[in-house]
Design a protein around this ligand. Sequence first.
Ligand code: SF4
Length: 87
Amino acid sequence: MIAKIEVDIPTCIGCGTCWVACPDAFREVEVGEEYKAAATGRLAPEKALRNAAEGCPSLSISLIDDSGAVLYPTEAQREELRKRLQW
Ligand code: SF4
């Protein structure tokens, strides 16, 4: 069960997918001259959170359970993204 979400602001590209798809859990914040995503501190239905996280092109959204374990993305998924970005 998802207990917490975190957004890695440095890797967020500000595409807006998460805050449009799930405004209960994500919001837009101005960071310098860019817009990035941030967690609102509220949760949403698990399916909506998963859809938002899985739709993030930079894997910047972490879904965390109540024990602190990261449910998504896995380290293998992060490694795959790192490999894809090294072209
Ligand atoms: S979907 Fe990902 S990259 Fe796009 S705004 Fe949200 S956290 Fe940033």
